[in-house]
Design a protein around this ligand. Sequence first.
Ligand code: UDP
Ligand code: MG
Length: 308
Amino acid sequence: MRNLSVVVPCYNEQEAIPLFYQEITLVLKKMNCDYQILFVNDGSKDQSLQAMEALAGKAPNVKYLSFSRNFGKEAAMLAGMQHATGDLVVIMDVDLQDPPALLPEMIKAIENEGYDSVATRRVSRTGEPPLRSLFARIFYKIINKLSDAEIVDGARDYRMMTRQMMQSILELNEYHRFSKGIFGWVGYETKWLAYENIKRVVGETKWSFWKLLKYALEGIIAFTTIPLRIASFFGIAFSGFAFLLLVLIVVRRLIFGDAVAGWASTMCVIILVSGLQMIFLGIMGEYLARTYMETKARPKYFIKKKNI
Ligand code: UDP
Ligand code: MG
């Protein structure tokens, strides 16, 4: 009999956990498969761990891992996948924004249609601040232009995959993980399901605007080194331009014998060019910082308590 692991990252979700469990078991029980629900407590400051322990006390197929502090959703998903025992693994948010009703369709696509994974994307962003949607759209445009991994606009982390594909994902051992890119990068056949955005049942989103911006930069830097190359292009263009200007000035001096002029324009050029230099120094710094963190090879999380 097939065996499904449901990986659920949770951060301050004490109210959502029992609701999620109720909903998902309704669906899973109808599905005629063995399952394991694996909650990952990502250093919650509320009673999330107690909520997990209470469920685990009642149902033997509820497992939990509890981190020593908040390591972020990426770390929580990684830990969940590393501890999942099923032949199929699905990652779900606990706030019921990832509808459990799609699970039977997902299993069918993998088992009968031969897909390796089934991913989901939101076709609408209703209920989201308009500015946030706008920035999200710009982000997907940029990252898809720059990187070779396909990153789908509106893609959620809600995804079911075979153990084989999950093993490949786990082989990507980087410290700065950007799952939306990693899923696409490893390849395999993926079926996409689309659905309308659903509001979370309780609690509120853990993503502030700044956290999202940081996440977006993380994604771009993790999946492309093109920004580093832009510096070379600018360097070449500016040098070429400077050379032409030099020729022009020498010729003008020889033919017309102009006196010194154009202090203001000289300053503008100097400021512009040094500004650009700073920007590219910054970009190099971003990559260097990542390289530094990667070479330290620190653990991506610590587990303080678990029932596995
Ligand atoms: N989450 C997590 N660690 C974090 C932030 C979020 O494990 O540091 C979990 C959270 O509990 C939820 C999921 O990741 O199950 C998605 O979070 P959220 O609903 O806040 O994101 P959104 O749906 O708004 O993108
Ligand atoms: Mg959510």
